[in-house]
Design a protein around this ligand. Structure first.
Ligand code: AMP
Length: 280
């Protein structure tokens, strides 16, 4: 397994692989890797000759300084896990390597970026789009793998690839959960013991949404579940929304859409967690 910190070395290595006829699967991450990330790597290995993973905590997608400062980092452990998972290349750039000068690109994703995470984290998706665009240009993968855990991010990345006509196939990978249902996340390791014990309530609310979908009015279900997620002193609800899976716009009635997803963001203590579930 190669570890490169520079764009030039990474491109040279991948150019050679391409000349050798190898297909390249790419998994972008911010490190602090868990089984959710490794499942993306496993899918990428299944489909491609060579798997490249980037480990880069992208400062411009954080709209909260404390979240950036406290974001877990552990490159040694990450590299071990990726080696074991059969990764061929880790791209581990510095901030200066990625942004020698500030990048002022402004993307317009229309309605996709004004709801849910976009509403609560202004600038977040623009920062995501900038870094993913740069990473795709460096790695030039045949396929790139993203978790459904970040549902809105996936919609934004698919829109970016369409808009920029980038020759990469975006593969959606299922959410990997802990045994008690909590979606795996690098941020989970910041939860205190009592907070960790409460956190599976997020999954339970999504399960309840799925069980009641189509049986009670949409707005009533949102109200009931929002109340449940706000009902503990350790948890504070950001949003609980039921939306069309393509447009991400809220639905009013169950027959407004064929593809419906429930999405939520909840502060558990100081840690902001997101999760979602396709309904029906
Ligand atoms: P991150 O390092 O949090 O930026 O995540 C890197 C990639 O891993 C993104 O495509 C995430 O959606 C994906 N990912 C994170 N957590 C999970 C999970 N629990 N299950 C599946 N994919 C995940």
């Amino acid at each position: 397994m190669q570890i490169y910190k520079t764009i030039n070395e990474t491109k040279a290595f991948l150019n050679k692989a391409r000349l050798d006829g190898k297909t390249i699967g790419f998994v972008p991450t911010m490190g602090a890797l868990h089984q959710g990330h490794i499942s993306l790597v496993d899918d990428a290995r299944r489909d491609n000759d060579l798997v490249a993973v980037s480990v880069f905590v992208n400062p411009i997608q954080f709209n909260n300084k404390k979240d950036l400062e406290t974001y877990p980092r552990n490159f040694e452990a990450d590299a071990q896990k990726l080696k074991q998972a059969g990764v061929g290349l880790i791209f581990y750039p510095s901030q200066e390597e990625m942004y020698p000068v500030p990048d002022s690109t402004h993307y317009d994703f229309g309605d996709l970026e004004h709801v849910m995470e976009g509403r609560f984290r202004p600038g977040h998706f623009n920062g995501v789009a900038i870094v993913v665009h740069k990473l795709f240009e460096i790695i030039q993968p045949d396929k790139a793998y993203f978790g459904q855990k970040d549902f809105q991010q996936l919609a934004i990345i698919k829109a970016l690839v369409r808009k920029e006509k980038m020759p990469v196939e975006i593969i959606t990978c299922p959410i990997i959960r802990e045994a008690d249902g909590l979606a795996m996340s690098s941020r989970n390791r910041r939860l205190k013991t009592d907070e960790r014990a409460e956190a599976p309530k997020i999954f339970h609310a999504l399960q309840e949404a799925n069980a009641k979908a189509g049986k009670v009015p949409v707005d009533e279900l949102i109200q009931t579940l929002s109340k449940k997620l706000n009902n503990s002193k350790l948890m504070q609800l950001g949003y609980f929304e039921i939306v069309d899976a393509e447009t991400l716009q809220a639905i009013n009635n169950w027959n407004d859409s064929q593809n419906i997803v429930a999405c939520t963001a909840v502060f558990v203590g100081e840690v902001r967690l997101i999760d979602n579930m396709m309904l029906f």
